[in-house]
Design a binder for this molecule. Structure first.
Ligand code: FEO
Ligand code: CA
Ligand code: CA
Length: 699
């Protein structure tokens, strides 16, 4: 029997997904305490739509016009305990992995030859022996000209608008031609933890200044970073002309088939094309044409007084919001601006090379709780974008563009490429298992054929062209499909998944990996029961799906699938590591963001791990004899989630999101002192990790 480490802070059983109550409250508006929004049996939902639309003016016809229209922190820096130390294993084996095969740099697949970090509850970023780290940038560090140094006792919205935002999630590192030793970092700022930001915060009565600071702490940051010669250390370059903040009040252009429709018009924007701000940007992607994509995820929590049927399908509450923004800007009050929420929940595209560019919201990729958006190209140069809808029992999607990418970096070419995601077809995934249903008993026990696997199809929902858009869903116009995409998925019988998070195609094999983080409601009450693609009831630890598109072509509408990982404690029979011996892998729980290294190994970060250890970053081989060999590379501090992994030859970059987010914690009573040590405010930050000997990661 494996003995679990004592839990730090919370994960209490009453908070599904293992999060602290504070995470539930600020991150996703207590999504797990509301009813499961997908009550469809994937049957006719015409009555829902009719209710949703009854108060709106008559829809346009199906044809829709495409709009032209610090060095290492003072605290919290640690290397992994030596083999055997801090192991959760009662039998004394190190880190739940076999000694011998994984210790030192000699074992493991190329790119994964490091000593795995043992599960632990250290208030630090813990990295393998022989690795070093530095904090690249923290919440509040000034990045724009004129922004003041961070002073939490004198914070203002104006200051925050020039400083790095809160709760960094997705990260992109882009080349910076002509500036040797520098790269351009783009980060998402998903949400704010007001009780950890403001001394004496009163959630019943936030001040206007606090609210406006929170608006300025959401959004995106672009900041140039400089490499240290000979190490993987990165430091921010303040006041660089490419540095930029995008916040909850920055002007965006709504583009694609639903832009300009009645569904997205408001009293402040009768054109239905101009939106202020982006919210809850979770993960994202980098396009082959040099822009970044950012998923607007739990946007529902920012809107008060939702009352329509579609609001409920998106989890929008009928009362006041947690942050009370509706008191300070009526657009957050749906009783006053009923369409404002229809302008959030999209994939955002941002051009970090042009600080004057207006970022876009692409309606052709649909509206749902986009976790991320990952792009690859067809052989003839058209974009294919994968995106998961992070909600229990919701779906994952693919967009296949119809326009080819142009090469080049002129302004005209960049402008053209930023229209690529406006035309194409949006699909939703339907999966079928190949084992008899009776063999899927909800325990995670493998069926007789030895695999959770089967076939799948991408079901078309709507197609957007330069001349208009066409719906493929009976009873819904194209505009409705793009704005109420969840309802379209319900109608066509998409497969209800266990919270689809990040999706990433392997640059080496073309196989596509989908992180399904958990779903403690699977099989509970009247909710959907386990199926072959989601084979565990009360799924606490999540799983990772592997798709093989037919002919290995991303535009295919058919695919084969299998479960690559079924996460948890390897001693739990209900786990599966692609068939690799389970006594030789690290425990993992709640896979969230995924990335590939240059060798084709999949790296997985976790959020809300349920095994008594802090969240972490793991690498796993996807090919060859070591396929399924999973090793923990780092862990993050108290209350934090690991985000934004980027794996370069000589550097691993992670975003440490919401450190100290533990029930009962506040500025006065911090649950973490990361990254700057006792007496300093806990701050979300980006961390770079590299090898002390200067060699490549994991070789
Ligand atoms: Fe923001 Fe689905 O995690
Ligand atoms: Ca099977
Ligand atoms: Ca995430």
């Amino acid at each position: 029997m494996r003995k679990l480490l004592p839990l730090i802070g919370t994960p209490s059983g009453s908070h599904p997904g293992g999060r602290s109550a504070m995470t539930c409250r600020f991150r996703c508006g207590d999504a797990c305490f509301h009813e499961v929004p997908n009550t469809s049996s994937n049957e006719y939902v015409g009555d829902v739509i009719a209710g949703a639309l009854s108060r709106r003016s008559v829809m346009r016809a199906a044809a829709v016009v495409t709009v032209a229209a610090a060095g290492a922190g003072a605290a919290g820096v640690a290397n992994a305990p030596r083999a055997g130390a801090a192991s959760p294993a009662a039998d004394g084996t190190a880190a739940g992995t076999s000694a011998g095969t994984q210790s030192g740099s000699g074992g493991g697949a190329r790119g994964l030859r490091f000593s795995p970090v043992a599960p632990n509850t250290t208030d630090a970023v813990v990295v393998p022996d022989g690795y070093r780290q530095n904090v690249v940038i923290r919440w509040g560090e000034p990045i724009l000209r004129g922004a003041p140094a961070f002073d939490p006792e004198r914070q203002s919205a104006k200051a925050q608008a020039g400083q790095f935002g809160y709760n960094c999630d997705f990260l992109a590192l882009l080349p910076l031609p002509g500036e040797r030793g520098r790269q351009l970092l783009v980060a998402n700022h998903e949400y704010t933890d007001e009780v950890l930001m403001f001394r004496g915060y009163d959630s019943a009565d936030p001040t206007r200044e606090q609210v406006e600071i929170a608006w300025a702490a959401h959004g995106l940051s672009a900041v140039v970073v400089e490499e240290d010669r000979g190490t993987g250390k990165l430091t921010a370059v303040p006041r660089h002309h490419l540095n930029r903040r995008v916040t909850a009040t920055t002007e965006f252009r709504l583009t694609g088939p639903a832009a300009g429709s009645e569904l997205v018009k408001t009293s402040a924007d009768p054109s239905g094309t101009k939106v202020f701000g982006t919210l809850n940007n979770c993960s994202g992607g980098t396009t082959p044409w040099g822009t970044t994509l950012h998923g607007e995820e739990n946007f529902n929590q920012y809107f008060a007084n939702g009352s329509r049927a579609t609001d409920k399908r998106y989890g929008i509450g009928t009362g006041a919001t947690e942050r009370k923004w509706e008191r300070f800007d009526k657009r957050f009050d749906l009783a006053q601006e009923p369409n404002e929420a229809h302008r959030f929940g999209y994939v955002v595209e941002f051009d970090p090379y042009d600080p004057t560019s207006t970022p876009r919201k692409h309606t052709a990729l649909g509206r749902f709780k986009h976790e991320a958006a990952t792009v690859r190209l067809t052989r003839d140069g058209r974009p294919v974008v994968y995106s998961g809808d992070d909600e229990r029992f919701d779906y994952f999607y693919k967009f296949v563009g119809s326009k080819r990418m142009k090469k080049g970096s002129s302004r005209a070419v960049r402008e053209y490429n930023m229209t690529l995601l406006d035309e194409g077809t949006l699909y939703v995934a339907k999966l079928t298992g190949d084992s008899p249903a009776i063999e899927i008993d909800g325990s995670g026990k493998l069926p007789a054929d030895g695999e959770f696997d089967g076939s799948g199809e991408w079901i078309p929902l709507a197609t957007a062209t330069a001349d208009g858009a066409v719906s493929h869903v009976d009873g819904m116009t194209a505009e409705e499909v793009f704005v109420f995409t969840r309802l379209a998925g319900d109608k066509v019988g998409a497969t209800k998944m266990d919270r689809p998070e990040d999706i990433e195609p392997s640059p080496v094999t073309g196989k596509v990996y989908v992180a399904l983080t958990n779903n403690s409601n699977r099989g509970v009450g009247t909710n959907a029961k386990a199926d072959e693609a989601n084979p565990r009831n009360a799924n606490k630890h999540g799983h990772v799906l592997e798709l093989t598109e037919r002919w290995n072509r991303p535009e295919s509408t058919r695919f084969a699938w299998s479960l690559f990982l079924v996460a948890g404690d390897p001693n739990d029979p209900a786990t599966y590591f692609a068939g690799f011996p389970k006594d030789r892998v690290s425990p993992i729980s709640c896979p969230d963001n995924v990335a590939f290294d240059p060798y084709g190994n999949l790296w997985i970060s976790t959020d809300g791990a349920q095994l008594g250890s802090h969240d972490g970053l793991f690498g796993v081989a996807t090919r060859g004899a070591r396929r399924g060999e999973l090793k923990q590379f780092l862990t993050v501090p108290n209350g934090a989630e690991t985000c934004g992994p980027i794996i370069q030859d000589r550097r691993v970059l992670v975003a440490v999101q919401h450190p100290g987010e533990v029930d009962g914690a506040s500025v006065e009573k911090p649950a973490s002192t990361w990254p700057d040590g006792p007496g300093k405010l806990v701050r979300p930050a980006v961390v770079s990790v590299w090898r002390a000997d200067g060699r490549d990661i994991g070789v």
